[in-house]
Design a protein around this ligand. Structure first.
Ligand code: PXG
Length: 456
């Protein structure tokens, strides 16, 4: 049985403070407040060390899509661990779960994809893509096609290449990024614009900044464009409907590879298996992670289109890239069980036809609240803009951390939502029941009321 000792909350907090460096954390600040110990979870709820029950409307970190405590996934891991916990896929070896998963993924993905390269995370997937893109163009006799165009405020991971692809300024400033050959255009954030254009005019104009940048750089210098179908960590930025078709048209016109980062949107979140299905793009690469295992074990990968894979296979010789955990048999076995469970329970259809519309309707009603300037949601991925005033529209200054206050009060009230600046975001598990959706909305509204009273 598990050998984690029983300790009091204070003991965990003390040890945590002394020995554990957290991701994306101001440690001085954390040490004053102390960390929250999350000790167990079930369904859509997490429980902290004090026994508080909290509705997890972020699915962990956009990943626990089938909810916590799913026996099928737990048993798949334990069965596979007994059989073959680990072996590598280097040196002409492979293992049944990795092969089986690759075939399952092929059947789920758009038709241009027949092959998958496994990694351990979304960041590793995007690093893999940078190397594959550059190798592809070298092999095509166009080595000057080096530049990858991404977008401001994008999140593509935290390794050096993935953070460079990302457009997060504070990340770039801390470590001399981006690496050469990666540039960023504006994000399609209508609410964050001056709103003088209609969303449709804005969508087209935002997509056309890609065309302008390609022409500025020289089309023969540009290798690829990368984007999240809906930017997640950047604040659930849902582009106008005409944005992605125009991006696809521009990539086609210039022969540029399109990368659809499906780390959050993959495996059902938008009510379709992939964001590319939802927006009708035909990407050449799709990185994925998170939802492939519902976060039960770390696994990522890259769907590689025939256009690229056939060139790599025919011409690259050895493609000198790979990870110890590429095609990890236990992680792959859990992914297979997870996908089977999503299919058996019809969870993607459920998001499209049932819980998606059900939550979206109530989420949209939160826009009646005096603090809410806009709500938006596709599938089970939504955002809510907290504003100082609605008429005239006035946003809170970046320095006024209303979002952080909202996040903290939400947790106090038994609800996890994330704050990106003064934008609240939510991405609950696919199994959310109607009653749990009602609870989510009621808790969010209650928190908004508390904040409104506090600042007015
Ligand atoms: N691409 C996208 C679109 C992501 O959202 C990654 C790549 C990187 O995946 P890994 O597995 O390397 O973390 C992500 C990850 C947040 C938050 O605060 C979001 C992510 C990671 C950490 C925090 O919303 N997304």
């Amino acid at each position: 049985m598990a050998s984690i000792r029983h300790r009091s909350r204070a003991e965990w907090q003390e040890l945590d403070k002394e020995h554990h460096l957290h991701p994306f954390t101001d440690h001085k600040d954390l040490h004053q407040r102390r960390s929250r110990i999350i000790s167990r979870a079930d369904g859509v709820y997490i429980y902290d060390a004090d026994g508080n029950k909290i509705l997890d409307a972020m699915s962990g970190l956009w990943c626990v899509n089938v909810g916590y405590g799913r026996t099928e996934l737990i048993e798949a891991a334990s069965t596979q661990m007994r059989e073959l916990p680990y072996y590598n896929n280097f040196f002409q070896c492979t293992n049944p779960p990795a092969v089986e998963l690759a075939a399952v993924l092929k059947d789920l993905s758009p038709p241009q994809f027949n092959r998958v390269f496994f990694t351990g995370s979304g960041s590793e997937s995007n690093d893999t893509i940078v190397r594959m893109v550059r190798t592809y163009w070298d092999l095509m006799g166009q080595p000057e096609r080096k530049t990858i165009i991404s977008r401001k405020n994008a999140y593509h991971g935290s390794t050096v290449a993935a953070a460079s692809l990302g457009g997060m300024k504070p990340m770039h400033e801390q470590s001399g990024l981006p690496i050469p050959g990666i540039v960023h255009i504006d994000q399609p954030y209508w609410f964050g614009s001056d709103q003088e254009l209609s969303p449709e005019e804005f969508g087209l104009a935002a997509a056309r900044t890609l065309d302008a940048r390609i022409k500025e750089l020289g089309p023969d210098q540009v290798a690829a464009f990368i984007g999240e179908p809906i930017q997640g960590a950047g604040g659930v930025i849902i582009p106008p409907d005409n944005y992605w078709p125009e991006i696809q048209r521009i990539c086609d016109e210039h022969g540029i590879l399109l990368i659809s980062d499906e780390v959050i949107t993959g495996f059902g979140r938008l009510g379709s298996w992939f964001g590319a299905d939802h927006f009708g793009t035909r990407p050449d690469f799709m990185p994925f992670a998170k939802g492939v295992t519902s976060g039960y074990l770390p696994l990522g990968g890259v769907f590689v289109s025939d256009r690229v894979a056939e060139v790599l296979i025919e011409k690259a010789g050895e493609f000198a890239h790979g990870y110890t955990y590429s095609g990890h048999p236990t992680a792959c076995a859990v992914a297979i069980a997870n996908i089977q469970l999503i299919q058996r329970e019809g969870l993607v259809e459920r998001i499209r036809n049932d819980i998606g519309p059900y939550l979206q309707k109530q989420w949209a009603e939160l826009a009646d609240h005096p603090l809410v300037g806009e709500t938006r949601m596709v599938g089970l991925m939504g955002a809510m803009e907290l504003v100082k005033s609605k008429d005239p529209l006035q946003r809170f200054p970046d320095k006024q951390p209303v979002g952080t206050l909202c996040r903290d009060l939400c947790i106090e009230g038994g609800l996890v939502m994330r704050a990106v600046g003064n934008t609240m975001i939510c991405a609950p598990p696919f199994i959310l029941s109607h009653a749990e959706a009602d609870e989510l909305i009621e808790k969010a509204r209650h928190t908004l009321d508390r904040i409104h009273r506090a600042i007015h």
